[in-house]
Design a binder for this molecule. Sequence first.
Ligand code: GDP
Ligand code: MG
Length: 179
Amino acid sequence: MQKHNQKEHLYKLLVIGDLGVGKTSIIKRYVHQNFSPHYRATIGVDFALKVLSWDAETVVRLQLWDIAGQERFGNMTRVYYREAMGAFIVFDVTRPATFEAVTKWKEDLDSKLVLPNGKPVPTVLLANKCDQGIDVLMNNGIKMDQFCKENGFVGWFETSAKAFYCKVNYMQCSEMQLL
Ligand code: GDP
Ligand code: MG
């Protein structure tokens, strides 16, 4: 419940990436704390709202725009991107092509949207389905920190909408093999 002296901030965040990488699943996990193996493909765009009680005086409303993977090939992304404050670009660690598409999504975003101060929108890279292993990253010897620096991402995280345990595994793996 909002108290009348609280300040409210509304931020629009984009979640983009190829079809089936898990965008809708990540949002469902974050907003509703659940997972289903049977989501239907998003058509156009879906919305979700996450309300955070930031501190006693501040409420943050995150408006998450879940944009269908195939939309990069249309003209609507320009409209969907409008006035976003940040973005997540998601790929599926089990499908190399979805990682290759990451830079295309970034280009699409940066060519259609800049912040009011003229800077690109802060974008975080999400390596999803890490409960399935991290084959793409491993097999290609990709150094993710370097990739982020070179391609203008503010950072990256391994994620799983399905399982919770992979973070530790991944950290161990990354120490052994990626660094
Ligand atoms: P979207 O097209 O990017 O929105 O992808 P969806 O969220 O619809 O997910 C596509 C499929 O991948 C669905 O069958 C999901 O259950 C599955 N999926 C999504 N995230 C994960 C994950 O982290 N791990 C696993 N194992 N499956 C996932
Ligand atoms: Mg979807």
